[in-house]
Design a protein around this ligand. Sequence first.
Ligand SMILES: Cc1cc2nc3c(=O)[nH]c(=O)nc-3n(C[C@H](O)[C@H](O)[C@H](O)COP(=O)(O)OP(=O)(O)OC[C@H]3O[C@@H](n4cnc5c(N)ncnc54)[C@H](O)[C@@H]3O)c2cc1C
Length: 414
Amino acid sequence: MENQEHTEIAILGCGPAGIVTAIGLAKMGYKVCVIANIRKHNVTEGISERVFQALTTLSLQHTLKKISSPIPRSVSWNGTHSAANTERLIRRVSFDNALLKDLANANIPFYNETIIKVETHPSSCLIVCKSGKTFHTDFVVEARGRAAPLSKKSHIRGVDSLSICQNWQSSNADLMSPEAIAISIENGWLWLANNGQGNIFTQVSVSAKSNTGSAKEKLSTFIHKLVLSRPELAHITPFIEPEGKVLARSSTPLFNKHPIKDRLICVGDAAISGDPLSGSGIFLSLSAALIAPVVINTLLNKPQNKTLAETFYVARLHHLFYRFCRVGRDFYKMESRWQEHPFWQERCAWPDQKLAHQEKDRIIGVAKRPVVNNGFIEEKEVVITAEQPLGIWKINNNNAVDVLSVQLKKLNIS
Ligand SMILES: Cc1cc2nc3c(=O)[nH]c(=O)nc-3n(C[C@H](O)[C@H](O)[C@H](O)COP(=O)(O)OP(=O)(O)OC[C@H]3O[C@@H](n4cnc5c(N)ncnc54)[C@H](O)[C@@H]3O)c2cc1C
């Protein structure tokens, strides 16, 4: 009996998506627990101000402390070097550990386990761990990131990509100014992040089909040679030494077309993961995690709205996925020197040639669409615009259809 636990909802995975979903569900009164193994590979990632704001709104005090101040970001692309905006850096091991501290602050139990099997049945779920421990739950949140089981049939897959990562150390005081640099190369692109505290992280993203091979030794030689030969990094490279092993991460964009089934919902990378060039991974993860609790609440307590809740969830994630894929595509398109190279050719063509953003927003019509109302997904009348195809329900707490009634009349839309 000791090895069996019962809880209402189990969240599998303790990355940003799992933790934010768990806290959201606990706030709604659900009895939840998080089951996951803890990340071991220390990589650096860059997050936008929007992600920082979202985590601030959630008051994740320990996590916020592990996010750097905004650091300058530059870009060496298409033969020109320019200063871009800023980004904030996170070291994933300490960031993820801080997420766990915020989870503990919210009094949510955490089980450090490796999950080997998940079964969902019409009225319950079973989670089996490597240690032999089992969990019986009413509902499961799949937040194991890219390690979540993947079905080819149910996923939209972008161009296959691989990112090769290497940490470096420096004790040179001249490298104390933090910075991030993105550099295009003939068969991919390179990102360097200097945290100004002795750690320098490099990541090279190439085609998964490229001849870098998968043997660790070959990958180390590839990334070391590349980083040490870049003229844009000449102010850094003489002072750094590789630290730890090289790590290869799959970075293919993936979209799960069926993130909800039976008593399970996928959040974060398990539902939607973008190309690292669009710098949107954690943003997309949080976008799913922030709306998942209301969707789950509807599935469990208003089963008559199940289809509406699914439509709401899938449509939002689908919209975000394509928007960020197109943003990434436009950035690839800004590099014109290697148009014949398959790496650039494939990424400039995917997912399509539609605009990432409408140049000018315009009202298209009024329609009934699923929205969030008092903790549930319900159908309401919304205004559809070119930029907001999923509809705007409220403007400053008033119904958008009423606020925009004059414009709608002019357009002969009622
Ligand atoms: C190469 C690369 C570079 C990236 N760079 C950036 C960037 O600069 N900025 C950005 O915003 N995003 C970036 N991302 C994306 C970002 O890492 C993800 O979007 C984000 O971590 C997803 O969060 P998550 O919670 O869904 O999953 P994860 O953070 O991956 O968490 C998954 C959790 O599940 C656990 N787990 C997995 N399998 C099991 C199992 N069998 N049993 C128990 N636990 C398990 C893991 O240990 C982990 O805790 C990058 C991604 C890649 C691949």
